[in-house]
Design a protein. Structure first.
Length: 389
């Protein structure tokens, strides 16, 4: 008995021996383990499910949602933090019972996010938060046991949260927040059905900053331009790549399909944050053959379902990360049930100077078509007169 009771004391003593050298300066030790810029926040949401399709009216209900997040105040460690006025970055966990509907079940979502300040004044901040992660639906569609759930066909889904938020810093440790948001879940037609879930929500929150300020953290000076950038007037950027998408259509056609997508985007950088331009793409979706045959149209040549398109392009830049938005118009293709217009939302990560990985969601006015994963190559063409000093 004596040995068991003294064992925890020995462990504490050994731990203190290891930690003592680092703990000589208590503030310095604290900030090796914890970030002084860390914030823990809880939010309570209340809203309703928006039935964007007539078949989803049966899910119409009001319900709460609960959120807890860990976030950090940026301070200029990277150049993009200064460009975006020192946003909040973090990870949030969301839970909602979705009105306790027996066909929908519960939803759990884990989403990294970034909160962009749009306006600051003393202790007040108004911002826009963008969160993107993974959502889990406990009761997806099943043609035998859960045939009423036409919204979601899979347990795992993409979770997106868009929020306008006001924050007030009561004191150094405590902040209050309130906002409105749109919570979206969809699997990007990886598995049908996939109407998706859209929930407008109102929220209030309390944020706690548990650690004292680290005096060693100060804003960092970054040169306004990279070496030799000032002597070039303009730059054109070209992005070329390919993607493969997957459509699980067992519930509709009894089989699955691979979708192939080639793209090119031409960008002109107009600011530190933004690039505008135009693009071209080609998509080949074999599931369109089945769709056309159901409509009584025979496809005698599979090349006829290739859909070329032209689009306007915009890219939001954050260091190696880019968010690309395209609004396009189809120039051809037999399948026309979705109309002539399409939209693409893509996430790009440059893992080298020239190559990037990308994930894209293609939609037709809010209705997801497919998600594509791929690689791309980026190169620049600089032109203009050189300044002489």
């Amino acid at each position: 008995m004596f040995k068991l009771s003294i064992f925890p004391l020995r462990c504490i003593a050994i731990a203190l021996l290891f930690l003592w050298p680092a703990a000589k300066g208590s503030a310095q030790f604290q900030h090796k383990l914890f970030s002084s810029n860390m914030i823990i926040e809880g939010k309570i949401h209340y809203g309703f499910l928006y039935p964007q399709h007539l078949e989803m009216e049966i899910f119409n209900a009001h319900f709460p949602a609960f959120e807890i997040s860990i976030q950090q105040i940026t301070y200029g460690k990277h150049k993009w933090e200064r460009d975006y006025n020192y946003p909040l970055i973090g990870l949030t966990f969301l839970y909602t019972p979705m009105g306790n509907n027996p066909s929908l079940g519960n939803i759990y979502a884990l989403m990294p996010f970034i909160n962009f300040p749009l306006y600051r004044h003393k202790n007040f901040m108004f911002g826009f938060r963008f969160a993107l992660g993974i959502g889990y639906v406990t009761k997806p569609f099943d043609r035998i046991t859960n045939y009423k759930n036409l919204a979601i066909g899979s347990n795992l889904n993409a979770a997106v949260n868009l929020m306008l938020e006001a924050r007030y810093q009561v004191n150094y440790y405590l902040a209050l927040s309130a906002g409105i948001s749109l919570q979206h879940l969809s699997n990007g037609s990886l598995k049908l059905p996939n109407y998706g879930l859209n929930a407008p929500l109102f929220n209030v929150g309390v944020a706690l900053r548990p650690f004292k300020e680290n005096k060693n953290i100060t804003d960092r000076f970054i040169a306004p331009t990279k070496p030799f950038d000032a002597i070039i007037r303009h730059t054109i950027e070209f992005n070329v790549g390919g993607m493969v998408g997957y459509k699980n259509m067992q519930a509709v056609f009894g089989q699955n399909f691979l979708v192939y997508h080639l793209f090119e985007n031409t960008f002109f950088q107009v600011s530190k944050k933004s690039k505008f331009g135009f693009g071209f793409d080609f998509s080949y979706d074999p599931s369109q053959i089945k769709t056309l045959e159901q409509s009584g149209m025979e496809v005698d040549n599979t090349l006829k379902i290739i859909r070329p398109g032209i689009n306007g392009a915009y890219q939001l830049i954050m260091s190696r990360i880019g968010f690309v938005f395209n609004l396009g118009y189809y120039l051809g293709g037999m399948e026309k049930s979705n109309g002539p217009f399409y939209q693409k939302l893509a996430f790009q990560f440059a893992f080298t100077k020239d190559f990037f990985a990308t994930v894209m969601l293609k939609v037709h006015w809010g209705r997801a078509d497919y998600i594509g994963w791929g690689l791309g190559y980026q190169f620049n063409k600089k032109y203009g007169k050189k300044t002489v000093k």
